[in-house]
Each structure stands twice: as structure tokens, then as C-alpha cells.
Design a binder for this molecule. Structure first.
Ligand code: ARG
Length: 565
């Protein structure tokens, strides 16, 4: 239900009746209840063009406004704002329809497109650390959101499985004389030890480099060991994905190595287009206005991160057929993507109409505003952080004896992981954010617990009301009207969030919705004695649609609800 466009349509009709030959700007949600449900603020901008006082224009629009349905009241305010009140009967019937629809009246796109979402992309041979959290969950949310709206989403996990570190690991394996099964169990330590050797001993480092060449030239034995490292590393990642309730699978992995065979042709094609230049022995693309060129091949013949991304871009646009390619990657890689996107477009690797975007995000900070680290200054392993979240959530569950041990365990997982994800997704992704356990595990404020609690509370109403709902929704007062209108905004919010790739627009909406619901519930009792039958039925439906909307919203964020809390 695209609420705004329905209201815009009525305004447009008024424009043509009033012979205003302009495209009206979109209405916006009113900032205060006394300003109605929506506002039209376009009269001021028209005043210059039409050489008329904006209040006069506003009056002219209102005089031609159809007030029989959709909008029932319109008032001029201030210099020429138009405040609009929606028809409660219309609003009520739309809410009824939404409640009875499993998609909550959110339409599937009429012309869906193929979208590649590139996210997570951890580097192999190391465990995932907190730096991977944001890419993984923002990317997953975007993928869920676009899928829900009807696009054909292709998830791509561009793991870093190719590079000099693997030569180092194999050299260390050889040195220790192991077959690759024992020590690999603790890959993290193994990596550190190998790195220590690499930095300390020139002979070892040279060996490692030799192995790199061997892997790259396809030496079977080396490749087998390499594959083993990758399998173990990916196993670690999958454990994390599973804990995070993130939908990435092995099928979504298109590793850096996947593009190896194409890299030579990337260089050749750039050369044919005449964009390639040699500089200090390296093959580069110089972009107009950029000082630093994009290096695509080193003097020794080796390829770079950018080369692989160029190959990936044309695979995604041409083989997969994507019309939108979204990279959910740390803001610090902004320069890289800007350049790579430009090269790809200028070289014609990707058609003009394909939308390439870097969905950048900031860094996770500790309470003191420094990048998040362990007490001894190391990087925090993601898996440890998630386990800690579950432990902390368990402590936060109040009436533990009401649940079985297994239930407490499940509940703690849902609450703890939900809290970590929600805290991250609820801030503007481009800012850095402060990681704060106490804040994220609070029942109050813009937290997942607040949403989960509201959901559970509504479920408890339905446990007490054990009958069929009859009759329709009757908007009884201004608060009910606001709640109903808020519920109908869901699709507009999702569409906007998808366009901006902004999960925090969804959380902000959920927070506003739940806050409004809590007030409604306090002031408008549902099952209390003395509430007449029709009112009770109506309020039950509003509560039910609220719960369904919370659930659907959280589901897009990859956060679960619980029936009791
Ligand atoms: N492996 C990279 C890193 O850890 C992220 C990959 C992002 N995706 C891409 N197509 N470059 O920084």
C-alpha cells in the first residue's frame, strides 16, 4: 500500500482542476499531530513561478481538492503549508485489508530487477572479526529487503581467498611437517605463527613467495592444501553466519579466485580500448581528474584487488545480468570503488544503465570512541562477541524459572543476537558507532528488546482473548488514527529504505510505531471490562496488525520475535 502516492494523486487532480500546469511535489508526513496526517508544502515554491502569494495558491489547491475520500480535511497553515487529514473510514478499511494479507498489503514490484548484493567478503585464513559484522548484517538486510519487495536478489560473498598469505601458510605447514589436519584446527594461531616466521626469517619469506608462485601456476599439491585452508576458514564463517541468522550459504561464494582465469583478458580488453598505460613497469589506468591511477597489473605480472573487482563487475553485469550492483563495504574503500566503477563504465565492461553503488559504512568504536579492540589491544573475534551477547542476554531474562532451560537458551540467543544486530542497523550506516552493551540490551529506547517486548505483549493479549475477531476497524480517536496511518506507511518506508540502502530507516519506523502503540495501549484498553464489543474488536485488529508489522520489519533485519518475554 503506497500511501503517499495515493495522496499525491489527489493533489495532482486538484492541480489539474485548478489549471496549475506543474508537477506537484510529494506530500510528507506531518511533523506534529496538530498539522494533520500529511502535509503539502509545494505552494511556496510555486509562488515565484505563478507570481502569486503562496497562501493564495494553497487556497486555490484546497478549493479544487476532492474531500470525499482519501483526504477529508485540508487547512492552510503559516506561509502556505497545507495540512491534510486522511479519511478515517478509508484508513480503517486499508488496515483491515493489510491485516488479512500475508504481505501486509506491501506490493511486489511490477518490474523487478536483478540486484547483486556483495557483502561480508571476509579474507580467508583468519577468523572473522568485528570489522566484518557491519558488512554482513547491513548486506543481509538489504538483500532481505529487496527480496521482500520483489527484486531478484543475487547474494555474492566475495571472499579473499587468493594472495600471498597462502604461500606463507603452506610454507609454515611444510616447515612443521604436518599434513594440514592437526594444526589447522586453530587457524587463527596457525596464521599468527606463520606470520611471525614470515616477518622474522628471510629464507622462510622467500619460500612462502615461491609457494605463492606455485599456487598461481596451478601446482596440484599446493592447490589441494590451499583448498583445505579455504574449507576450514569458510567453515568458521558459516558458524558465524548461522549464529547471526544471516542467509549466506556456500552457493553465494564467488571468491576472488573465481575470477583468476579472466584477469588476463581484463588487461587485454583494457589495452584494446586504449585505456592502459605503463607506469614504473606497472599497467595502469589513469582517470581524468584522479591523481592516483588504478593499477591493474604489477611489474612482475601479478594482478591486484582492483583487477579482480573489474572482472567481477563484468561477470555480475553481463553473465548474471544485474541492473543494480551494491557493494556493502567499509567506507575506507570508497576511493577504490569510485575508481573501479569508473574504469568499468568507461571501458564498457558494464552498460550505462547498470547502477553501481558503494554502500559505505563507518567503524565500530568502543565506549571511549576508539576502534573496538580486546583488552590487550587485539581484534575482537566476531564469534566471541556473539557468544558474549548470548551470555549477557541470558542474565537479562527476568523470570527464568518460567521457562525450561532449553527455552532460556533459545530466548537468550534471539535476544542477544538481535540486540547486537539492531544496535548496528539502527544507526546511520555511514557514521561510526559506539558499541555499548548496556544500551543495546535495554528494554527501553530504540532497541530490539523494546520491539520484541511489544510483540510479545500483543501476543499475550491474544492468549487471553480466545475467540474469533468479528467486525471491522473503527477509528475511535486521534491516537487510533495516528496508529492506523503509521501502520499504512510501512510500504513507503520499505521502498525508501531500499532506495537509500538504509536499514536505520526501518528501525526508526519500528521505533515510532511501537512507541505509538504503547501509548495507544495505555490509553485505549482492549480487554478491560466495560469496553464495548465493537471497540474491542477494532482495537484487537489494530494490535494484531501492529504485531504483524513489527514481525515483518524485524524479519527483514534478520531478527526474530518471541511469543513470550
Ligand atoms: N575482502 C575484502 C576486505 O576484507 C572485502 C571484499 C569486498 N567486495 C569486493 N568486491 N571488493 O576488505
Amino acid at each position: 500500500m503506497k500511501l503517499k502516492s495515493q495522496i499525491n494523486h489527489v493533489i495532482k487532480e486538484a492541480f489539474s482542476k485548478a489549471n496549475i500546469d506543474e508537477e506537484p511535489i510529494s506530500v510528507s508526513e506531518s511533523t506534529k499531530p496538530e498539522f494533520g496526517d500529511y502535509q503539502f508544502n509545494g505552494a511556496m515554491a510555486l509562488s515565484k513561478k505563478l507570481r502569486k502569494n503562496p497562501r493564495e495558491i494553497a487556497q486555490q489547491i484546497i478549493d479544487n481538492l476532492d474531500l470525499t475520500h482519501v483526504i477529508v480535511k485540508a487547512e492552510i497553515a503559516g506561509p502556505g503549508f497545507i495540512n491534510l487529514w486522511l479519511d478515517p473510514l478509508w484508513v480503517a478499511s486499508l488496515c483491515e485489508t493489510a491485516r488479512n494479507d500475508e504481505r501486509l498489503s506491501v506490493a511486489k514490484r511490477e518490474s523487478p530487477i536483478k540486484v547483486v548484493v556483495d557483502y561480508s567478503g571476509p579474507n580467508m585464513a583468519k577468523q572473522m572479526h568485528v570489522g566484518h559484522l557491519r558488512s554482513t548484517i547491513i548486506g543481509d538486510t538489504l538483500a532481505n529487503l529487496l527480496t521482500f519487495l520483489g527484486d531478484e536478489v543475487i547474494r555474492q560473498n566475495h571472499i579473499g581467498d587468493w594472495g600471498t598469505q597462502f604461500g606463507m601458510l603452506i610454507a609454515y605447514l611444510e616447515e612443521k611437517g604436518e599434513d594440514g589436519s592437526v594444526s589447522l584446527k586453530d587457524l587463527e594461531q596457525f596464521y599468527k605463527d606463520a606470520k611471525g616466521r614470515f616477518d622474522a626469517d628471510e629464507d622462510f619469506a622467500n619460500k612462502a613467495r615461491e609457494y605463492v608462485v606455485k599456487i598461481q601456476s596451478g601446482d596440484a599439491q599446493c592447490l589441494e592444501l590451499w583448498q583445505k585452508f579455504i574449507d576450514i576458514s569458510l567453515g568458521h564463517c558459516e558458524e558465524v553466519y548461522d549464529k547471526l541468522n544471516v542467509k549466506l550459504t556456500r552457493d553465494d561464494v564467488r571468491a576472488e579466485s573465481f575470477y583468476n582465469d579472466d584477469l588476463g583478458s581484463v588487461i587485454k580488453d583494457l589495452e584494446t580500448k586504449g585505456t592502459l598505460q605503463e607506469s614504473d613497469g606497472a599497467q595502469c589506468v589513469f582517470l581524468e581528474g584522479d591523481e592516483i591511477p588504478v593499477i591493474v597489473q604489477k611489474g612482475d605480472g601479478g594482478y591486484l584487488y582492483a583487477t579482480t573487482d573489474l572482472s567481477a563487475l563484468r561477470y555480475r553485469a553481463n553473465t548474471l545480468g544485474a541492473k543494480r550492483i551494491s557493494y556493502v563495504v567499509d567506507a575506507r574503500q570508497g576511493g577504490h570503488f569510485k575508481q573501479v566503477f569508473r574504469v568499468a563504465k568507461e571501458a564498457g565492461f558494464v552498460a550505462e544503465d547498470v547502477k553501481l553503488e558503494h554502500i559505505a559504512f563507518g567503524t565500530m568504536m568502543d565506549k571511549g570512541g576508539k576502534p573496538f579492540k580486546t583488552r590487550d589491544g587485539g581484534t575482537v573475534k566476531l564469534i566471541d562477541l556473539l557468544d558474549e551477547a548470548v551470555v549477557k542476554a541470558k542474565a537479562a531474562i527476568k523470570d527464568k524459572d518460567e521457562y525450561s532451560e532449553l527455552e532460556v537458551e533459545d530466548l537468550a540467543k534471539i535476544i542477544g543476537i538481535g540486540a547486537v544486530k539492531y544496535a548496528d542497523l539502527s544507526i546511520n550506516r555511514e557514521s561510526n558507532y559506539i558499541f555499548n552493551w548496556d544500551k543495546m540490551l535495554s528494554f527501553e529506547g530504540n532497541t530490539s528488546l523494546y520491539m520484541q517486548y511489544a510483540y510479545a505483549r500483543i501476543q499475550s493479549i491474544f492468549r487471553r482473548f480466545d475467540a474469533d475477531i468479528k467486525g471491522g476497524i473503527i477509528i475511535g480517536d486521534a491516537l487510533e488514527q495516528r496508529l492506523a496511518v503509521m501502520l499504512l506507511r510501512f510500504e513507503d518506508v520499505l521502498e525508501r529504505a531500499a532506495l537509500d540502502a538504509a536499514p536505520n530507516q526501518i528501525t526508526t519506523y519500528l521505533y515510532d510505531l511501537v512507541t505509538l502503540f504503547m501509548r495507544f495501549y495505555e490509553q485505549n484498553p482492549i480487554l478491560k471490562e466495560g469496553v464495548d464489543e465493537a471497540t474491542k474488536m477494532s482495537r484487537l485488529q489494530l494490535a494484531d496488525l501492529t504485531a504483524k508489522t513489527i514481525k515483518q520489519g524485524l524479519d527483514i533485519l534478520g531478527i526474530q520475535v518471541v511469543n513470550r518475554l
